[in-house]
Design a protein around this ligand. Structure first.
Ligand code: GLY
Length: 257
């Protein structure tokens, strides 16, 4: 059995942006699915799907991500395999596809690299680099200038996939929250919070407010709810209910059992 699930980000979106969000999610899922049906791995599939989100300014990842307090794009991304291998980058600039850098880290040795160190690693391993300004979309710049407090930007883009070998993978990519303090890192690159994958149990990626997701360790909490053969949908609902009972804020998660 092959499977891929994507999410374009938890947040209320305005009516005129619904179509672009649906189209982008479909394109991402199709890119990941094409990898799976041609025999690719779940990690390759998750990377391919999230790369689509990272090039589409509809989504808060890669080009067009939301701007921080300095008016700059700072990106977080991570990937985790059921083998418990993982890799992540946080607060990185000038990298077009942070999910690909996270995957290179996972394939090298698991760790979380941040800021300049992450950028240096990305350069050394041949990732696609750019000027940090090249990731700023005009719409985001305009919104930032207007100092809009309430954003309708969807949050973190996420993906989970299962390949023909039975390997489960979870991935995340985000520009964080609008006007976030420069240097802030949310849940997305933090294993257990933004993502978790455990062997034959399941894989989970989360989207929403990092400050709410981190204290309830949402992704690991959701995977724990899968124990005892609970259906992934029920586990997801229980995880979000647990979050709502303990903290303020919005979040969502996708799970593959
Ligand atoms: N979930 C994205 C963030 O809070 O940074």
């Amino acid at each position: 059995m092959l499977c891929i699930v994507v999410h374009g980000g938890a947040k209320t979106i305005s009516e005129e942006k619904v179509e672009a969000n649906h189209a982008g999610c479909t394109a991402a899922a199709e890119a990941g699915w094409a990898v799976l049906i041609s025999g690719g791995t779940a990690a390759e599939s998750v990377e391919a799907a999230i790369r689509v989100f990272e090039t589409d300014q509809t989504f808060n990842a890669g080009f067009g991500a939301t701007l921080n307090s300095d008016g700059e794009v700072e990106l977080d991304a991570a990937i985790m395999e059921g083998s418990l291998c993982w890799g992540g980058v946080a607060a990185v600039q000038g990298v077009r596809h942070p999910i690909s850098v996270a995957r290179k880290i996972m394939d090298d040795k698991p760790r979380l690299l941040v800021a300049e160190g992450a950028k240096r690693f990305a350069t050394e391993c041949g990732a696609e680099m750019c000027r940090k300004e090249a990731l700023v979309a005009d719409e985001q710049k305009q919104q930032w200038k207007e100092d809009q407090k309430v954003s309708d930007r969807p949050n973190t883009v996420v993906c989970v996939a299962l390949d023909k070998s039975g390997t489960l993978v979870a991935g995340t990519s985000t520009g964080g929250t609008t006007h976030q303090q420069a240097g802030r890192v949310g849940d997305s690159a933090v294993v257990g919070c933004g993502l978790y994958a455990d062997g034959k149990i399941g894989a989970c990626s989360t989207t929403g407010n990092g400050e709410s997701i981190i204290p309830v360790v949402l992704a690991k909490t959701a995977i724990d709810f899968l124990n005892g053969d609970r259906h992934p949908e029920e586990a997801a609902q229980m995880a979000i209910a647990a979050l709502k009972s303990k903290v303020e804020g919005e979040a969502g998660c996708i799970i593959l059992g």
